[in-house]
Write a protein that binds this ligand. Structure first.
Ligand code: MG
Length: 160
């Protein structure tokens, strides 16, 4: 059985007065959150792009355009669930997702399991099929200055 692989990358700006939502998990007491048309969940967006890439179905902007009011403040986990339906329509299913969030602060390790479980739940896979990692950018560049956060993901699919 052949496996299909896709990669995803996303970044969003940080701003005061926004909730910080990563992998569908709201991080309590975060001083700033990510800005965007949707809930700006950078981790979930990278995972969606990795899945769409593996499926050969284009990208997140194609399926969920930020010019569409339906996706204003959208719950990105709901978009991930819609992505799962797109995969099913192409007779594909996720096997494994691995992702990295690049952020200087806050400490995200305590939320790792909750993020993996939330992403896995939206995808309909076991939590062990989703791995989430965190790193800083060592103070370098826009990520190091805390202007925003970025995320990268790899997804593997197989025939459903
Ligand atoms: Mg995005």
């Amino acid at each position: 059985m052949s496996t299909r692989t896709g990669t995803g990358y996303d970044s969003h700006r940080l701003d005061a007065g926004r909730p910080l939502i990563l992998g569908g998990v709201r991080i309590p007491d975060a001083a700033r959150g990510l800005t965007g048309h949707s809930d700006a969940d950078v981790l979930t967006h990278a995972v969606i792009d990795a899945l769409l890439g593996a499926a050969g179905l284009g990208d997140i902007g194609h399926h969920f355009p930020d010019t569409d009011d339906r996706f204003k403040d959208a719950d990105s986990l709901a978009l991930l669930a819609e992505t799962r339906n797109l995969l099913s329509g192409a007779s594909l299913k996720p096997v494994h997702v691995d992702a990295t969030v690049i952020a200087e602060a806050p400490k995200l390790g305590p939320y790792r399991d909750a993020m993996a479980e939330a992403l896995a739940g939206a995808l309909g896979v076991a939590a062990t099929a989703v791995n989430v990692k965190f790193t800083t950018n060592e103070g370098m560049g826009f990520l190091g200055r805390g202007e925003g956060m970025a995320a990268m993901a790899v997804a593997n699919l197989e025939a459903a």
